[in-house]
Design a protein around this ligand. Structure first.
Ligand code: HEM
Length: 422
């Protein structure tokens, strides 16, 4: 068994969290180059932490050894969302997954498809009307919010605009608590972001509980009737499902999709994606490979174990870095190039080497819903518009936290298909 490359440093002084959160991609790239290894150790959240940047080690962590590397019940997610499936382990997590999976697959998913189509049409139909470049990310985030609040809470923007607006605002405030320091301070004139977020959470919980009690239709009705472990579980999970996280992740993917296919030089790629659903599928795989919305996920070693042949002591943290895993040159040739056809060639059938939605028994429960939504939104864009960056020379440097997207939101001109974009 070999010793992990890298250095876990001393407590507090050796902590690298700030450096990591500032630029996680450079953080990993530098260490991969320095240690010549895609698995290394550093100190994150003041805990010795193993960084996983290869496909093989990711599969070992999330699949084969998923019972040795567990979710952290004290994760910040628990502070903000309360006890949910995301930070639960063992039998309880299995039971919750069983219950929720039925909500996001099969007939429940099919019954959502008309709503998904109508939301995409309403939010995307006016992109060219004002004859001005649009901030794609904002439009797509609004679209994601309409989708989530309509599907999960039966609150539709066109029917209840004020309630929709109120919940959207509360979700945004609540979300900011996730990324602010967890200090619950409140004064007469000032309150910390975290405390404001907790207030927003309480208001959201009131709305959510009211819905669960009084609305017997659709997703919320079904959730209310599930056999969950305690009376708070349905409300806490509904809060998680309507949170700003999901719209942001959807907006991240749609933004990366529009950027990857923008401009006259991508006209042929857009045409192929419009005419061939299989090619669109490959485009979307390549978009999530290069620009996964979330940088990765975290686990704790529940016992002494190994990863990629390196000893990982009990209580070490382990993070898998999707961005680096998806560019592992052992699996993906020309890893930094956008090559959708790799998914029908060398990488055919290797979707399970991606981890944008996690991997293994604790993967995301929403990829089917996400897929239906993305295909609907992308097909709408492809059928109705050509698009290009406007102005053409924008800085598209990505930031990776909290979700991946260009640090300066790009503006894009959409023109109805058939019009000359030159
Ligand atoms: C673009 C959209 C989405 C992305 C990129 C995404 C990504 C992820 C990732 C990476 C994980 C695994 C985290 C880990 O390994 O620790 C995860 C877990 C999860 N996701 Fe998603 N997700 C998306 C949409 C959704 C949707 C639509 C839902 C349903 C409302 C959902 C519900 C969940 C839940 C409940 C878990 C926890 C599963 C568990 O711990 O067993 N996600 N998601």
């Amino acid at each position: 068994m070999s010793k992990l490359p890298g250095n876990a440093g001393v407590s507090v002084l050796g902590d690298k969290s700030l450096e990591f959160y500032r630029d996680p991609v450079s953080f990993c790239r530098q260490r991969i180059d320095k240690h010549r290894s895609r698995v290394f150790v550093s100190r994150l959240l003041n805990r010795p932490t193993v960084f996983i940047c290869s496909v093989e080690a990711m599969r070992e962590l999330l699949c084969e050894k998923s019972n040795q590397f567990l979710k952290d019940p004290t994760d910040l997610m628990t502070n903000v969302y309360g006890d949910t499936i995301v930070t639960t382990n063992g039998e309880e997590a299995c039971l919750l997954r069983l219950s929720f999976t039925s909500l996001f697959t099969g007939t429940r998913l099919e019954s959502s498809s008309d709503y998904i189509t109508s939301v995409c049409e309403r939010c995307l139909k006016d992109l060219s009307v004002r004859d001005q470049p649009q901030c794609g990310y904002s439009v797509f985030k609004h679209l994601g919010t309409e989708l989530v609040l309509g599907l999960f809470l039966n609150v539709r923007a066109e029917e209840q605009p004020e309630l929709f607006e109120e919940i959207s605002q509360l979700c945004t405030t609540h979300w900011h608590g996730l990324i602010s320091a967890p200090i619950n301070l409140k004064g007469p004139l000032w309150s910390s972001g975290f405390s404001t977020a907790l207030d927003a959470r309480d208001k959201l919980m009131d709305i959510v509980k009211d819905k669960l009690q009084n609305d017997k239709e659709g997703f919320v009705g079904h959730l209310g009737s599930l056999p969950l472990p305690d009376s708070r579980a349905a409300a806490q999970h509904l809060l998680l499902f309507i949170s700003a996280l999901i719209p942001k992740a959807l907006a991240s993917l749609l933004t990366s999709f529009t950027l990857a296919l923008s401009g006259n030089e991508k006209e042929e790629t857009r045409r192929r994606a419009k005419e061939d659903p299989d090619f669109l599928h490959r485009v979307l795989l390549e978009v999530q490979r290069l620009w996964p919305p979330f940088i990765g996920g975290r686990r704790l070693a529940d016992q002494d174990s190994t990863l990629a042949g390196f000893l990982v002591p009990k209580d070490y943290g382990v993070v898998y870095i999707s961005h680096a895993i998806h560019r592992d040159p052992e699996v993906f040739q020309e890893p930094d190039s956008f090559l959708p056809d790799r998914w029908s060639g060398r990488n055919a059938g290797q979707e399970h080497f991606l981890c944008s939605f996690g991997n293994g028994p604790r993967n995301c429960i929403g990829p089917k819903l996400t897929n239906v939504f993305l295909k609907e939104a992308c097909t709408y864009l492809l059928e109705h518009y050509d698009w290009s960056l406007d102005p053409p020379d924008q800085d598209l440097q990505y930031k990776w936290l909290p979700v991946s997207r260009p640090a300066d939101p790009p503006t894009i001109s959409f023109t109805p298909t058939g019009c000359d974009t030159r």
